[in-house]
Design a binder for this molecule. Structure first.
Ligand SMILES: Nc1nc2c(c(CN[C@H]3C=C[C@H](O)[C@@H]3O)cn2[C@@H]2O[C@H](COP(=O)(O)O)[C@@H](O)[C@H]2O)c(=O)[nH]1
Length: 309
């Protein structure tokens, strides 16, 4: 994750459209009185969990598809998490590698019981086929074997995912520099850690290495708190919900500055509380506070058509 931290810091230091405001970080830490409220994994009560290998298979499928819900105004992450859980409860073989290998867009839509085409539906199905094929080729069809191969290291698990499943290679080139964000790979590690409460399959000695997950909700929350600021031109684009091109300077800066800002926020909170604060926990708190039904009214999130987040 060193490559994520250092490349995102490079973007933040060379950014043209987005800036991190340390005063905003200080203000939020003051407001929280240095104590980050605890947000637990599955605070929504929507995920599948049986304390065994099927949970690992479910979370891998979930995080393979955990991106770009907004083009359908009604579709949200919750529909995906709950829909996949329902499908797995009805049929324990639904996420077998052999079946993933043959998945089509229509099959996925029917599995989620969604009444119209999903955003980027064909890409979603292709990514599931890629995961089915990779699991079969390298891990005897089982996500638990992938996790076991990481030998309790979050960093190794991210490396294994990005090595074996090209769809998880969330990186780009910014002003000539390669930038690593690895949103879905890192969120998978956090989901396994959170679901298994840091024990057994979920035991990662280096969970502190994981950064926040550069999605489209948390950057809007950071903007709401005055932690991220934008150029007037970009602010207008965001406030009028215009799309940003994937890989554009603006898009990369929003994501990379979010990662760096959360690292700084975590350091402030750690210094203030005297206890090690994890970026995963900061992320979950920020994410949950930015959801449409949360108390904070955040500005519109940035819209990019992408398979990464
Ligand atoms: N940074 C960050 N982004 C996250 C999540 C999660 C869910 N994580 C689970 C883990 C613990 C809890 O129990 C959560 O349920 C989804 N997303 C992203 O949000 C966006 C969808 O938003 P909306 O359209 O409003 O549903 C989309 O980019 C999606 O990838 C997270 O934790 N952190």
């Amino acid at each position: 994750m060193e490559a994520v931290r250092s490349s995102c810091l490079w973007v933040a230091s060379n950014a043209s459209h987005v800036a991190i405001n340390p005063a905003g970080i200080e203000k939020l830490v003051e407001r929280l009185d240095g104590r980050l409220p605890t947000v637990k994994w599955d605070f929504e009560g929507i995920h599948y969990f049986d304390n065994g290998p099927l949970t690992a298979q479910y979370l891998l499928v979930l995080d393979t598809l955990n991106f770009c819900f907004w083009p359908d105004e009604e579709l949200q992450y919750d529909h995906l998490a709950a829909g996949l859980a329902q499908a797995l409860k009805a049929d324990h073989t639904v996420f077998d590698a052999q079946r993933l290998k043959n998945c089509t867009g229509m099959m996925l839509r029917e599995m989620l019981q969604w009444p119209r085409p999903l955003p980027l539906e064909d890409e979603r199905a292709r990514l599931l086929r890629e995961v089915g094929t990779g699991l079969e080729q390298w891990f005897n069809g089982q996500a638990v074997n992938l996790i076991a191969a990481a030998k309790g290291s979050a960093v190794t698990l991210v490396e294994l995912l990005t090595q074996h499943f090209p769809g998880f290679r969330d990186h780009c080139v910014y002003k000539g520099h390669q930038v690593f964000l690895y949103k879905r790979a890192q969120i998978f590690v956090a989901d396994i850690w959170g679901a298994f409460k840091g024990l057994d399959l979920g035991e990662f000695k280096d969970i502190a290495s994981i950064t926040m997950f550069a999605d489209y909700v948390v950057p809007a929350v950071l903007r709401h708190w005055g932690i991220l600021t934008c150029s007037p031109t970009l602010a207008t684009v965001l406030d009028t919900s215009q799309e940003l091109t994937p890989g554009s300077e603006e898009e990369v800066e929003i994501r990379a500055c979010s990662i760096t800002a959360v690292e700084w926020l975590r350091e402030y909170l750690t210094a203030r509380s005297g206890k090690q604060v994890l970026s995963v926990h900061v992320d979950w708190w920020l994410w949950s506070s930015g959801l449409p039904n949360a108390s904070e009214k955040v500005p519109p999130y940035h819209r990019t058509q992408t398979i990464y987040y």
